[in-house]
Ligand binder design. Structure first.
Ligand code: NDP
Length: 293
């Protein structure tokens, strides 16, 4: 729990993902060391030379190493075939020294991600994106939860944002972010009343203005303006868009920070928490596979 939050110029609590990620990395490192430094291994599969994916994977390795884990990176060229990618994943699935596997998406367009994801057993699926992991989430069974929406929940918990009986609006309905986010916010114990908004939603401003918590995961640069936000609401930005001036989120930070009660910076909010949760899921994966931690 973070008791001394930084505030924005307008007075909103800054939901600092870098700070919480660093605390998570340090606590994982301490846990692994206290257990006698058993090997906990995260493997990633990166196909092709898509710029942002390479950056994300390198950052995941760097933080895994800082957390005291072993990380193994499989890199394949743009020309890799479906069966080459599937063989690489099969080798990792069969390797008892590998506890978590992350296939970096998107794969190049000539490859079908579905059969590749379907190969991952639930215990090694540290991204939580396979049918079985998502099914477990829906049914409330133990399993790995997708890292980005889980990271949002960790920010909400760590900064003491009240959720019980509160109204939450999630903008975006992908299986990667929006849908699992709705499930997590509506879970027993979290108990928010959740609305799922998408591109066909009518009067998004009015829908969002009802919310105590807004999670914006649409991938539309700065679409959430001060008009969308009820004074004092918590606004969490998941979106990443590349515009001429650089990378921006779904939230118009400058305008919204003066009206919100709490807000994520962009960058430095949900991105680092996605990595923190990947590492947490990998530790849980190792424990599920018999590593004493
Ligand atoms: P998708 O493109 O799969 O989904 C976007 C969703 O947003 C869709 O459900 C779409 O609605 C909805 N949407 C699009 N435009 C609007 C609009 N104008 N109003 C309301 N809803 C809209 O994206 P992802 O879920 O994969 O990713 C969302 C964003 O999050 C992206 O910017 C991505 O880069 C970022 N991201 C960030 C991560 C992080 O760590 N911070 C991790 C993963 C993703 P419809 O279904 O009707 O088309």
């Amino acid at each position: 729990m973070i008791h001394d939050p930084e505030r924005t110029q307008g007075g909103a609590i800054l939901l600092d993902g870098n700070r919480l990620r660093d605390a998570t990395v340090a606590s994982i490192a301490a846990r692994i060391e206290a257990a006698g430094s058993p090997k906990v291994c995260l493997a990633t599969v990166l196909v092709g030379s898509d710029g942002p994916s390479g950056v994300y994977v390198r950052m995941k390795h760097r933080k895994a190493t800082e957390a005291g884990m072993v990380s193994r990176g499989i890199e394949m060229p743009d020309t890799a075939t479906q069966s080459e990618v599937e063989s690489a994943v099969a080798a990792l699935v069969a390797d008892p020294d590998v506890h978590g596997i992350l296939v970096q998406l998107p794969l190049p367009s000539h490859l079908d991600p579905e059969p590749v994801l379907a190969m991952l057993p639930p215990e090694k699926d540290v991204d939580g994106l396979t049918d079985r992991s998502l099914g477990r989430l829906v049914r409330g069974l133990p399993g790995h939860v997708p890292c980005t929406p889980l990271g949002v929940m960790r920010l909400i918990e760590a900064y003491g944002i009240d959720t019980v009986g509160r109204r939450a609006v999630v903008v975006g309905r992908s299986t990667l972010v929006g849908l699992p986010q709705v499930l997590l916010l509506g879970r027993r114990g979290v108990d928010a009343t959740v609305t799922l908004a998408h591109s066909r939603s009518v009067d998004l401003v009015a829908v969002c203005r009802e919310a105590d918590i807004i999670v914006a995961a649409a991938g539309q640069a700065r679409m959430i303006t001060a008009d969308h936000v009820k004074p004092g609401a918590t606004v969490i930005d998941v979106g990443v868009s590349r515009v001429e001036s650089g990378i921006v989120g779904d939230v118009d930070f400058e305008a919204v920070q003066s009206i919100a009660g709490a807000i994520t910076p962009m960058p430095g909010g949900t991105g680092p928490m996605t990595i923190a949760c990947l590492l947490d899921n990998t530790v849980a994966a190792a424990a599920m596979q018999g590593v004493s931690l």
